[in-house]
Design a protein around this ligand. Structure first.
Ligand SMILES: Cc1ncc(COP(=O)(O)O)c(C=O)c1O
Length: 459
């Protein structure tokens, strides 16, 4: 299509209005902080022209804005300093996007890293993260994963009796947290709600005294803290305030049961804006509320403030990421809808098909073109449900245009698959006009690397 290039088009104000609100925190914005329109009427992120990035690195392409990620890290750290007089740590929930570069980047910003598998543990260690600042989660860690955790000197967040018994039987000195199910309801998708009573994660509060008794009998298990995580993509602040009360109560009970625990990890869960109708609180407001809940609960009991940890994932890396696709085929179903297909889909972003998640898109090679069409942005997988955006307002795009989906930094790459044997995209980290490749695009060779052809089937 003909793009309406304009010499005036060099600022954030040339993005569709809902893409550029005045927001306090990155998690309240649809696009990365550095996003703007340039003189070619193209989307630019981290000082890099997005169509140029696609030309250089191919499509689909995950693009991560370093400024947005670093800003989110700093907002968490400074909010804890501001609102909590006790010691505090921020951990990156690396399940949101586990790779060497992002683990290293958050660690350089002073964050620890939470991991939920041997693979994420390996990645964080390989990225150079201090084991003293790594926390190993998971509701079904294998014996091997527990041994790897002990060997590498990380803290293990114990989820259940089997793990506790396995750690006891290993006879090795280990620092642990106990994951609890706090029984707090929050309004989010049922698959990403974890703190209510019917959850596969953690010990019920009623089991606490029995668990404490068991730990006291095994002096090599050092229980440093308690953990809870109530869910993800949460916009309400009240559940987090309530969590403070429940966890301080549990802290007192644990101490009374003979374990001098020092720390509480209150998980992550702060939501982000995927569309203009989403209205999450800022990072500062979230931290303030979490801190307040604990300060008040401790005040009521006259006890000193414990060390606090939190472990956000989505609100750190989600808003920093966008995905650029090339537009391909178009199909009009008269009176029903128009499908616009892109060269990726559910294998690079499984969230819409899994959680019915909504996203916004824009055309990165003609930003100021009028948004005259409503189309269904479909992926290229052999699955009718492979739809990235059910109703996207876009200019009249043609094959070859660059469509960008916003807010894809969390749980996209980390949940990506090779469904239909489609190669996982490359990822670049952009800052001040430089683009660093942080994940190579997979090749067909990668796809068959683990395949074996038994001799009797070979031609
Ligand atoms: C234990 C734990 N901690 C932290 C997180 C990160 O949550 P979010 O990405 O919503 O901040 C999750 C995600 O589900 C989790 O399960």
């Amino acid at each position: 299509m003909t793009c309406l290039a304009s010499t005036e088009n060099s600022g954030r104000r040339y993005l569709p209005a809902y893409f550029s609100p005045e927001a306090e925190s990155p998690n309240q914005q649809l696009l990365p902080l550095s996003a703007r329109g340039n003189d070619q009427d193209h989307l630019e992120v981290g000082g890099c022209d997005v169509p140029d990035l696609v030309e250089r690195f191919g499509s689909p392409l995950y693009i991560v804005d370093e400024l947005t990620l670093r800003t989110a890290c700093r907002q968490y750290l400074s909010a804890w300093k501001r609102f909590y007089p006790g010691p505090a740590q921020v951990l990156f929930a690396s399940k949101a996007w586990s790779c060497l570069a992002l683990c290293a980047l958050v660690a350089r910003e002073g964050l620890g890293v939470d991991v939920v598998s041997g693979g994420e543990l390996y990645t964080a260690l390989a990225a150079g993260v201090d084991p003293g600042r790594i926390y190993l989660h998971g509701n079904n860690k294998s014996r091997l994963e527990l041994e790897q955790g002990i060997e590498s000197g990380v803290t293990i967040v114990v989820d259940n009796w089997l793990e506790l018994e396995t750690l006891a039987s290993l006879g090795r000195q280990v620092t642990i947290f106990l994951r609890l199910t706090p029984g707090i309801e929050c309004h989010t998708h049922q698959y990403i709600r974890t703190g209510h009573l019917d959850s596969k994660f953690g010990f019920d509060l009623q089991q606490l005294s029995e668990v404490c008794q068991f730990i006291r009998q095994h002096s090599h298990l050092y229980c440093r803290g308690l953990h809870a995580h109530i869910g993800s993509q949460i916009f309400e602040l009240q559940p987090h305030q309530d969590l403070g009360e429940v966890m301080v109560q549990a802290l007192v009970a644990t101490r009374e049961a003979g374990l001098p625990v020092e720390a509480l990890n209150l998980g992550g869960g702060l939501g982000i804006s995927y569309t203009e109708t989403d209205d999450p609180p800022s990072i500062g407001a979230w931290v303030e509320q979490v801190a307040q809940g604990v300060i008040e609960a401790c005040g009521r009991r006259g006890i000193p403030l414990p060390e606090l940890l939190c472990e956000p994932g989505r609100s750190l890396v989600g808003p920093a990421g966008i995905t650029a696709y090339r537009v391909g085929s178009r199909k009009e179903v008269p009176g029903v809808r128009t499908y616009l297909s892109v060269d990726g889909g559910m294998s690079d972003n499984p969230r819409p098909i899994t959680y019915q998640s909504t996203y916004r898109a824009l055309m990165a090679n003609c930003l100021s073109a009028p948004l005259t069409q409503v189309v269904t942005v479909a992926g290229k997988h052999c699955e009718s449900g492979d739809v990235l955006i059910a109703q996207a307002q876009l200019p009249p795009a043609v094959a070859g245009d660059i469509l960008v989906v916003a807010g894809t930094g969390a749980y996209n790459y980390s949940m990506a698959s090779n469904y239909n044997r489609i190669c996982r995209p490359a990822a670049v980290l952009v800052y001040a006009g430089d683009a660093s490749l942080i994940l190579r695009r997979e090749t067909y060779l990668d796809l068959v690397r683990q395949d074996l052809l038994p001799p009797h089937l070979a031609f």
